[in-house]
Design a protein around this ligand. Structure first.
Ligand SMILES: Cc1cc2nc3c(=O)[nH]c(=O)nc-3n(C[C@H](O)[C@H](O)[C@H](O)COP(=O)(O)OP(=O)(O)OC[C@H]3O[C@@H](n4cnc5c(N)ncnc54)[C@H](O)[C@@H]3O)c2cc1C
Length: 482
């Protein structure tokens, strides 16, 4: 049975990987050059504990289940996941009452070990926290991860198990016949399909429209962030939330898996046609800074190395929009994937295969006996022992040539990333963390471009940052003989 997955964000990628555990012929179509470059690329990267969402919603059910599956998925796919725990901080009695409500909600959602901590214990746990805090909800099962790497690694693993991945390929229509989708039409080919999975993130409503399927309109809700340098050290040990509002979980302060500190996001609603608007604004960044300082007053904001924005795919309904359509038969919507879509993604993958495909469509699942769940991450020798690193250098001296000094990434790692499918600077960045450190590529970008140019066999002017048109070099300013 042929299944086409549209979109290689964390949701589509994990669904594709779940499908290849069974005997499906899977094609993943992604319009970006790499997996994980949509909503999945820019978010808070938190694996939520699961107390935020109202019991009985898909968000609540799939978030709690996703959290419990996360560790195993990350171990299999070589993705970092740290169960840091999270704290929702109250600054007055009114907010403290809301924490009680969150505890009850969390318990109904099946979240284990939730606990209210009083001021003294809280300030011992997090000494940099605003001393005006009166209490907090501690959720030990919350964690942090690297969402883009989860998508990249899930696609690599799906390919290893037989899936086809079509990057830089945009779905532009469908061919339906006899009440079923027969073909997915892209800008370069058409692909036969029995089942179509719409995991197109911000564009899931437009994809559904192309298939004549109902989907609530999606509008982007921007969230802006400030990233602080690793040199700041672990100023907070856990994910720190303010008490949430109706609209969002608020501006947070949290550690990143590679040792940085992240502040944000704010929440700014944009019109529907602004789905590509990833600009940061002075007002937005100031809002993030001020709100983060309320939580942790001595944050060294001058150690900012980057600001960026992500877009939440909001629908008028608060819940995820997950449907198995009977008209046309075989069309599955995975829309409205706002937070906690990342946390829920391993559970969504199971829900699609074991409930929507098997139960709703009545398709008997046949196990793929050869399924191998493991995807090895690119070796990062500077994180291991010097002896091991020495041995690698003996085999290939490029393991000894550091290209990204901030994150100590070697030339060999960059070459490995290109072998694994990176075609752009971002493809290398998100696989290796080169250009992710303090200089943000200021010193190493050109060297990485040279490696990309050499290994891909393209002139250096054709090396892109990410999508078509994102050229870094505009041409020669001097000819070779002047
Ligand atoms: C500011 C912010 C903070 C968040 N924080 C968290 C958090 O801490 N924890 C959490 O659990 N969740 C969080 N989320 C939510 C989480 O990031 C998303 O739920 C998740 O990344 C959605 O993944 P996706 O695969 O549905 O979408 P995407 O990652 O956007 O993937 C969809 C893919 O479809 C592709 N596509 C679109 N149209 C087409 C087409 N026509 N043809 C081919 N391909 C197409 C896109 O290029 C894209 O790669 C946050 C979101 C935001 C924006």
């Amino acid at each position: 049975m042929k299944v086409v997955v549209i979109g290689a964000g964390v949701v589509g990628s994990l669904v594709a990987r779940e499908l290849v555990r069974h005997d499906f012929d899977v094609t993943i179509v992604e319009r970006m050059p790499d997996p994980g470059m949509g909503v999945t690329r820019a978010n808070s990267a938190i694996v939520h504990a699961g107390y935020d969402d109202p019991p009985g919603t898909l968000r609540a059910e799939l978030c709690a289940m996703g959290n419990s599956l996360f560790q195993n998925v990350c171990e299999e796919l070589g993705v970092e996941f740290k169960r840091t725990g999270s704290l929702v901080v109250a600054f007055n009695d009114e907010e403290k009452k809301r924490l009680d409500r969150l505890v009850k909600q969390g318990e109904k959602n099946g979240v284990p070990n939730l606990k209210l901590v009083e001021r003294n214990e809280l300030l011992t746990m997090e000494p940099h926290l605003n001393p005006g805090a009166v209490a907090a909800l501690f959720a030990p099962t919350a964690g942090i991860t690297e969402p883009w790497m989860l998508a990249i690694s899930a696609v690599e693993n799906a390919i290893k198990n037989g899936a086809k991945f079509l990057p830089e390929t945009e779905v532009i229509g469908f061919e339906t016949k006899g009440g079923r989708v027969r073909k997915v039409i892209t800008n370069s080919n058409s692909i036969e399909a029995d089942i179509v999975i719409n995991a197109a993130g911000l564009f899931a409503d437009e994809i559904a429209e192309l298939a004549g399927v109902e989907h609530p309109p999606i509008h982007p809700r921007k969230g802006e962030y400030i990233l602080l340098d690793k040199a700041v050290g672990r100023i907070v040990q856990r994910v720190i939330f303010p008490t949430p509002s109706e609209k969002s979980k608020g501006v947070l302060v949290l550690p990143t898996v590679d040792g940085g500190t992240l502040l944000g996001p704010n929440a700014v609603d944009l019109p529907r046609e602004h789905k590509n608007d990833l600009r940061t604004t002075v007002e937005g960044i100031n809002e993030v800074r001020e709100k983060a300082l309320l939580l942790v007053p001595d944050l060294p904001i001058h150690k900012t190395i980057r600001t960026f924005a992500g877009l939440r795919p909001e629908t008028p309904q608060k819940d995820f929009y997950i449907t198995a359509e009977m008209k046309p038969w075989g069309f599955i919507n995975l829309g409205g994937m706002r937070s906690p879509g990342l946390t829920a993604s391993p559970a969504i993958a199971r829900y699609v295969v074991e409930y929507l495909i098997e139960e709703k469509f009545g398709i008997k699942l046949q196990k793929n006996e050869k399924f191998d769940p493991v995807n090895n991450r690119i070796n990062h020798p500077t994180a291991g022992s010097v002896e091991k690193w020495d041995r690698l250098i003996d085999e290939d001296p490029s393991w000894g040539r550091i290209v990204c000094a901030c994150n100590e990434v070697t030339e060999a790692e960059i070459r490995e990333a290109i072998k694994k499918g990176a075609r752009t600077l971002d493809g290398v960045k998100f696989r290796t963390r080169a250009m992710f450190g303090r200089c943000q590529g200021g010193f190493c970008t050109f060297r990485i471009m040279k490696i990309l140019s050499e290994q891909l066999g393209v002139p250096i002017e054709e090396v892109k940052k990410s999508v078509d048109g994102s050229w870094v070099l505009d041409g020669h300013v001097r000819s070779d003989n002047t």
